[in-house]
Design a protein around this ligand. Structure first.
Ligand code: GRF
Length: 195
């Protein structure tokens, strides 16, 4: 799992893996910056952690290679990016092709990018939501695996709306990862089928 911030989505998966019959184990948690709450949560759960900072590498290509190797060392079946605020590089996506999942706090294809909640609020939508999708080479453009709507309420701030979305995101991510682990999926063009 890859994180950059508070890691509340990571915590939801950590909690789920502690329930009987949950079909997934977490191999490791990686970050692009040190000393974040997400890493502390992972350490608290006894999970291996690693940090691969862009600034420690001469360029993006070298960072991409280092991140790919750091993740590959844990031999994951699936890589989950949950609040990881860097665009994954071509080497990484080539190595884990079709096996990288991202969660985004909006109903894609509306409001891609790093400011999805603020953008939705500014636009004035009455409904936004959460999207879990496979990662391709674009920014939040990969095939959609799961989506759930969340209402925008009068007086919402970016924080209040984001927190309502994250409540849904946590459940959607946990459910989607479990379904993928149990059933697998086939991807035909943009269509993702979980049997
Ligand atoms: C989530 O809304 C995720 O979709 C977005 O960043 C947030 C991560 O939250 N990209 P947390 O760090 O897991 O609390």
């Amino acid at each position: 799992m890859l994180v950059s911030g508070s890691g509340s989505l990571l915590q939801a998966l950590i909690d789920a893996t502690g329930t009987p019959g949950f079909p997934v184990t977490l191999a490791a948690v990686g970050a692009d910056r040190p000393a974040i709450r997400g890493l502390a949560r992972a350490e608290g759960a006894g999970l291996p952690t690693f940090t691969v900072r862009l600034g420690d590498h001469p360029d993006r290509e070298a960072w991409d290679t280092a991140l790919t190797e750091a993740v590959d060392a844990h031999r994951p079946d699936l890589v989950v990016s949950a609040g990881f605020m860097k665009i994954l590089g071509p080497r990484f996506l080539g190595r884990f092709e079709g096996r990288v999942l991202n969660t985004h706090p909006a109903l894609l294809p509306a409001f891609p990018g790093a400011h999805a909640v603020a953008d939705a609020l500014r636009y004035g939508v009455k409904v936004t939501g959460s999207t879990v999708h496979l990662v391709d080479g674009g920014v939040d453009t990969g095939p959609i695996v799961g989506q759930e709507a969340v209402p925008v309420l009068p007086g919402d701030t970016e924080d209040s709306l984001h927190e309502r979305i994250k409540t849904v995101e946590r459940r959607l991510l946990v459910d989607t990862v479990a379904r993928l682990a149990r059933e697998g999926c086939t991807v035909t063009g943009r269509e993702v089928n979980i049997p």
